[in-house]
Design a protein around this ligand. Structure first.
Ligand code: FES
Length: 237
Protein backbone atom coordinates (compact mmCIF):
# COMPACT_ATOMS: atom_id res chain seq x y z
CA UNK A 1 0.00 0.00 0.00
CA UNK A 2 2.84 2.40 0.84
CA UNK A 3 4.24 2.25 -2.71
CA UNK A 4 0.84 2.47 -4.36
CA UNK A 5 -0.20 5.55 -6.22
CA UNK A 6 -3.53 7.23 -5.78
CA UNK A 7 -5.38 8.92 -8.60
CA UNK A 8 -7.40 12.05 -7.85
CA UNK A 9 -9.36 14.38 -10.05
CA UNK A 10 -8.76 18.09 -9.42
CA UNK A 11 -10.96 20.49 -11.37
CA UNK A 12 -11.41 17.82 -14.01
CA UNK A 13 -7.71 16.97 -14.29
CA UNK A 14 -6.33 13.63 -13.10
CA UNK A 15 -3.27 13.70 -10.87
CA UNK A 16 -1.24 10.89 -9.34
CA UNK A 17 -0.16 11.06 -5.75
CA UNK A 18 0.98 8.90 -2.85
CA UNK A 19 -0.92 7.65 0.21
CA UNK A 20 -0.19 9.72 3.30
CA UNK A 21 -0.17 13.06 1.53
CA UNK A 22 -2.75 15.72 2.21
CA UNK A 23 -4.79 17.20 -0.60
CA UNK A 24 -2.75 20.38 -0.31
CA UNK A 25 0.55 18.52 -0.66
CA UNK A 26 -0.70 16.39 -3.54
CA UNK A 27 -2.09 19.31 -5.51
CA UNK A 28 1.00 21.41 -4.88
CA UNK A 29 3.22 18.61 -6.22
CA UNK A 30 1.03 18.57 -9.34
CA UNK A 31 1.41 22.33 -9.86
CA UNK A 32 -2.05 23.24 -8.59
CA UNK A 33 -2.21 26.10 -6.09
CA UNK A 34 -4.73 25.77 -3.30
CA UNK A 35 -4.75 29.08 -1.40
CA UNK A 36 -3.64 28.73 2.22
CA UNK A 37 -2.75 30.92 5.19
CA UNK A 38 -2.33 28.98 8.43
CA UNK A 39 -0.50 26.15 6.66
CA UNK A 40 3.27 26.44 6.42
CA UNK A 41 5.75 23.96 4.99
CA UNK A 42 7.61 22.22 7.80
CA UNK A 43 4.87 22.65 10.41
CA UNK A 44 2.12 20.27 11.37
CA UNK A 45 -1.15 21.37 9.75
CA UNK A 46 -3.49 23.31 11.98
CA UNK A 47 -6.65 23.64 9.89
CA UNK A 48 -7.89 26.89 11.37
CA UNK A 49 -8.15 29.54 8.64
CA UNK A 50 -10.19 27.49 6.12
CA UNK A 51 -8.72 29.50 3.23
CA UNK A 52 -7.71 26.13 1.74
CA UNK A 53 -11.29 24.85 1.63
CA UNK A 54 -11.97 22.62 -1.38
CA UNK A 55 -14.93 20.42 -2.20
CA UNK A 56 -14.18 16.70 -2.00
CA UNK A 57 -16.86 14.57 -3.64
CA UNK A 58 -19.14 17.55 -3.08
CA UNK A 59 -18.31 18.16 0.59
CA UNK A 60 -16.22 21.07 1.93
CA UNK A 61 -12.88 19.97 3.42
CA UNK A 62 -9.69 21.71 4.51
CA UNK A 63 -7.09 20.67 1.93
CA UNK A 64 -4.24 21.11 4.42
CA UNK A 65 -5.54 18.48 6.84
CA UNK A 66 -7.49 16.07 4.62
CA UNK A 67 -5.48 13.04 3.49
CA UNK A 68 -5.83 11.88 -0.09
CA UNK A 69 -7.91 8.80 -0.89
CA UNK A 70 -8.40 6.91 -4.16
CA UNK A 71 -10.96 8.33 -6.54
CA UNK A 72 -11.45 11.67 -4.81
CA UNK A 73 -13.08 14.25 -7.03
CA UNK A 74 -11.82 17.64 -5.86
CA UNK A 75 -13.09 21.06 -6.80
CA UNK A 76 -10.60 23.85 -6.14
CA UNK A 77 -10.79 26.75 -8.58
CA UNK A 78 -14.53 27.33 -8.78
CA UNK A 79 -16.44 30.59 -8.45
CA UNK A 80 -18.16 29.29 -5.30
CA UNK A 81 -14.84 28.52 -3.57
CA UNK A 82 -13.22 31.72 -4.77
CA UNK A 83 -16.13 33.62 -3.20
CA UNK A 84 -15.82 31.67 0.05
CA UNK A 85 -12.09 32.34 0.27
CA UNK A 86 -12.60 35.99 -0.62
CA UNK A 87 -15.08 36.28 2.26
CA UNK A 88 -12.72 34.61 4.74
CA UNK A 89 -9.86 36.92 3.77
CA UNK A 90 -12.18 39.91 3.87
CA UNK A 91 -13.28 39.04 7.41
CA UNK A 92 -9.67 38.70 8.57
CA UNK A 93 -9.02 42.25 7.40
CA UNK A 94 -11.95 43.83 9.21
CA UNK A 95 -11.60 41.93 12.49
CA UNK A 96 -8.04 43.23 12.95
CA UNK A 97 -6.32 46.52 12.25
CA UNK A 98 -4.41 46.04 9.00
CA UNK A 99 -3.09 49.33 7.68
CA UNK A 100 -1.12 47.89 4.78
CA UNK A 101 0.20 51.19 3.46
CA UNK A 102 1.98 51.83 6.78
CA UNK A 103 3.02 48.26 7.50
CA UNK A 104 6.65 47.20 7.22
CA UNK A 105 5.49 43.80 5.94
CA UNK A 106 3.74 45.27 2.88
CA UNK A 107 4.78 43.31 -0.19
CA UNK A 108 5.90 40.35 1.92
CA UNK A 109 2.57 39.83 3.71
CA UNK A 110 0.63 36.69 2.80
CA UNK A 111 -2.71 38.18 3.89
CA UNK A 112 -2.19 41.23 1.68
CA UNK A 113 -1.00 39.00 -1.17
CA UNK A 114 -4.11 36.84 -0.88
CA UNK A 115 -6.27 39.95 -0.98
CA UNK A 116 -4.52 41.05 -4.17
CA UNK A 117 -4.90 37.61 -5.70
CA UNK A 118 -8.61 37.57 -4.91
CA UNK A 119 -9.13 41.11 -6.14
CA UNK A 120 -10.10 42.59 -2.77
CA UNK A 121 -9.59 46.33 -3.19
CA UNK A 122 -11.67 47.29 -0.14
CA UNK A 123 -13.30 45.09 2.52
CA UNK A 124 -16.94 44.21 2.06
CA UNK A 125 -17.71 44.20 5.80
CA UNK A 126 -17.60 46.97 8.40
CA UNK A 127 -14.30 47.41 10.25
CA UNK A 128 -14.43 46.36 13.90
CA UNK A 129 -11.39 48.41 14.98
CA UNK A 130 -10.55 46.19 17.98
CA UNK A 131 -8.29 47.46 20.76
CA UNK A 132 -5.25 45.20 20.86
CA UNK A 133 -2.00 45.41 22.76
CA UNK A 134 1.44 45.94 21.23
CA UNK A 135 4.55 44.49 22.80
CA UNK A 136 7.76 46.37 21.95
CA UNK A 137 9.57 45.21 25.10
CA UNK A 138 11.98 42.81 23.39
CA UNK A 139 15.24 44.31 22.06
CA UNK A 140 15.00 42.44 18.77
CA UNK A 141 11.33 41.57 18.16
CA UNK A 142 8.17 43.63 17.84
CA UNK A 143 4.76 42.02 18.45
CA UNK A 144 1.72 43.85 17.10
CA UNK A 145 -1.47 41.94 17.82
CA UNK A 146 -3.44 44.31 15.58
CA UNK A 147 -2.07 42.43 12.58
CA UNK A 148 -2.42 38.93 14.03
CA UNK A 149 -4.72 36.52 12.19
CA UNK A 150 -4.45 33.77 14.85
CA UNK A 151 -2.95 31.30 12.38
CA UNK A 152 -0.77 29.80 15.13
CA UNK A 153 2.25 29.60 12.85
CA UNK A 154 4.39 31.28 15.53
CA UNK A 155 2.93 28.98 18.20
CA UNK A 156 3.70 25.85 16.20
CA UNK A 157 7.09 27.05 14.90
CA UNK A 158 8.22 27.91 18.42
CA UNK A 159 7.41 24.40 19.59
CA UNK A 160 8.15 22.34 16.51
CA UNK A 161 11.16 24.17 15.04
CA UNK A 162 12.70 26.25 17.84
CA UNK A 163 12.12 23.77 20.67
CA UNK A 164 10.60 26.54 22.79
CA UNK A 165 7.13 27.54 23.94
CA UNK A 166 7.34 31.29 23.53
CA UNK A 167 3.89 31.77 21.96
CA UNK A 168 0.45 30.44 22.79
CA UNK A 169 -3.15 31.56 22.84
CA UNK A 170 -5.10 33.27 25.62
CA UNK A 171 -8.78 34.12 25.80
CA UNK A 172 -11.75 32.84 23.86
CA UNK A 173 -13.91 33.86 20.94
CA UNK A 174 -13.42 37.47 19.83
CA UNK A 175 -11.08 37.98 22.81
CA UNK A 176 -8.65 35.26 21.69
CA UNK A 177 -5.16 36.64 21.26
CA UNK A 178 -1.52 35.61 21.02
CA UNK A 179 0.12 35.35 24.42
CA UNK A 180 3.76 34.90 25.40
CA UNK A 181 5.17 32.71 28.15
CA UNK A 182 6.40 35.61 30.27
CA UNK A 183 5.25 38.94 31.61
CA UNK A 184 6.04 40.31 28.11
CA UNK A 185 8.20 39.28 25.16
CA UNK A 186 11.35 40.63 26.83
CA UNK A 187 10.80 38.17 29.67
CA UNK A 188 10.80 35.10 27.42
CA UNK A 189 13.59 33.16 25.75
CA UNK A 190 12.52 34.47 22.32
CA UNK A 191 15.30 35.51 19.95
CA UNK A 192 15.03 37.52 16.75
CA UNK A 193 16.47 34.56 14.84
CA UNK A 194 13.71 32.20 16.01
CA UNK A 195 11.85 30.44 13.21
CA UNK A 196 8.67 31.45 15.04
CA UNK A 197 9.28 35.10 14.18
CA UNK A 198 9.89 34.39 10.51
CA UNK A 199 6.80 32.14 10.43
CA UNK A 200 4.40 35.06 10.84
CA UNK A 201 2.53 35.54 7.56
CA UNK A 202 1.63 39.16 8.38
CA UNK A 203 3.38 42.04 10.12
CA UNK A 204 2.36 40.86 13.56
CA UNK A 205 5.88 39.67 14.41
CA UNK A 206 8.70 41.77 13.03
CA UNK A 207 12.45 41.78 13.59
CA UNK A 208 13.58 45.22 14.72
CA UNK A 209 16.14 47.39 12.91
CA UNK A 210 15.93 45.65 9.51
CA UNK A 211 12.76 47.38 8.33
CA UNK A 212 12.70 48.53 4.70
CA UNK A 213 16.04 46.88 3.91
CA UNK A 214 14.20 45.95 0.70
CA UNK A 215 12.09 48.91 -0.43
CA UNK A 216 8.34 48.55 -0.88
CA UNK A 217 7.70 47.83 -4.54
CA UNK A 218 10.62 45.40 -4.81
CA UNK A 219 9.36 42.77 -2.41
CA UNK A 220 8.21 39.24 -3.14
CA UNK A 221 4.50 39.83 -3.72
CA UNK A 222 5.15 43.18 -5.40
CA UNK A 223 6.81 41.10 -8.13
CA UNK A 224 4.43 38.16 -8.53
CA UNK A 225 1.11 36.94 -7.13
CA UNK A 226 1.10 34.56 -4.20
CA UNK A 227 1.01 30.99 -5.49
CA UNK A 228 3.12 31.74 -8.58
CA UNK A 229 5.89 29.47 -7.30
CA UNK A 230 3.44 26.55 -7.36
CA UNK A 231 1.33 27.51 -10.35
CA UNK A 232 3.45 29.59 -12.73
CA UNK A 233 0.36 30.47 -14.80
CA UNK A 234 -0.77 32.62 -11.86
CA UNK A 235 2.00 35.08 -12.68
CA UNK A 236 -0.06 36.16 -15.67
CA UNK A 237 -3.16 36.93 -13.61
S1 FES B 1 -4.41 26.54 5.29
FE1 FES B 1 -5.83 24.94 5.60
S2 FES B 1 -7.09 25.65 7.20
FE2 FES B 1 -5.60 27.21 6.99
Amino acid sequence: MTNATITLTVDGRQIETRPGQTILEATEAAGVYVPRLCWMKGLLPFGSCRVCTVRVNGRPQAACTQPVAPGMVIENDTEELRALRRDLIDMLFVEGNHFCMFCEKSGNCELQALAYRFGIAAPGYPFLFPQRALDASHPGIFLDRNRCVLCARCVRASRELDGKTVFGFAGRGAGRRIAVNGEDLAHTDAEATDRAVAACPTGSLLVKRIGYAVPVGRRRYDQEPIGSDIEPAAAGR
